[in-house]
Design a protein around this ligand. Structure first.
Ligand SMILES: [Fe+2]
Length: 230
């Protein structure tokens, strides 16, 4: 059963007085900016500003048009600042990242991420329509296979809902996307799509970003995002 931790003594902001504000993402080189921005547009975000800068475009996106003039629901996208590029390069050199002799900690980290897309830093969006989420996956798969800009730069994974809800199981079995999924979420009545891409640079090695897109079936009180099941 879900519980809500008591926050009476520790919270300085009243319930309802807080929302998710913004996420700052970075692409690796100025040339990657337009493709990274296109990926966010395909994922449903609306670009509200594009500021051309010598070191790479600066973009502002919102998750829904209602956030245009607000301070929440925002995703910023800009080029990695030079000091961070240098830090990543230094980490890579020290840990022999990308060579055949990577530090054992790098090998273990990669093994962990190969098992679970959301084991480390990632960001999740909630999608209202399963059909639109399926369409997004098909679009990204097509781009990853056929578009030179995206080829080799997207890795798409997914978890389907744990079995046990007849209607959910039937819908997902018939899905052009989730019907073939072999991985299961840590919960019921929802699905997760993961887009791993090096068009956006984040994570412990500064190599890629994991974006998550979830859908929750309506009228289920217990689902993947409300209760984690082991
Ligand atoms: Fe997640």
């Amino acid at each position: 059963m879900a519980t809500i931790a008591s926050d009476i003594e520790t919270s300085s902001i009243a319930d309802g007085g807080l929302s998710m504000g913004h996420l700052a993402l970075h692409y690796g080189t100025p040339e990657d900016g337009p493709a990274a921005a296109r990926l966010l547009q395909i994922a449903g975000l609306t670009e509200t500003q594009m500021l051309p800068l010598p070191g790479g475009n600066f973009y502002r996106f919102v998750v829904a048009k209602g956030h245009f003039g607000r301070g929440d629901g925002i995703v910023y996208l800009s080029c990695l600042p030079e000091p961070q590029q240098k830090l990543i390069a230094a980490i890579h050199a020290a840990l022999r990242v990308g060579t055949g002799d990577e530090h054992e900690a790098v090998v273990a980290y990669r093994a962990m991420m190969a098992q679970d897309f959301e084991a480390s830093f990632h960001f999740g969006f909630l999608v209202e329509s399963l059909e639109e989420l399926e369409k997004m996956v098909l679009t990204l798969r097509d781009l990853a296979e056929n578009d030179p800009v995206f080829k080799g730069r997207l890795n798409i994974g997914m978890n389907r809902a744990r079995r046990g809800d007849v209607a959910v199981d039937a819908r997902l079995d018939a899905s052009p996307v989730f019907g073939e999924a072999t991985r299961y979420a840590y919960g019921s009545a929802g699905v997760q799509v993961f887009v791993e891409t090096d068009l956006i640079r984040a994570g412990q090695l500064g190599e890629n970003m994991y974006l998550e897109f979830d859908y929750v079936f309506p009228d289920r009180h217990s689902h993947i995002l409300s209760v984690v099941e082991l």
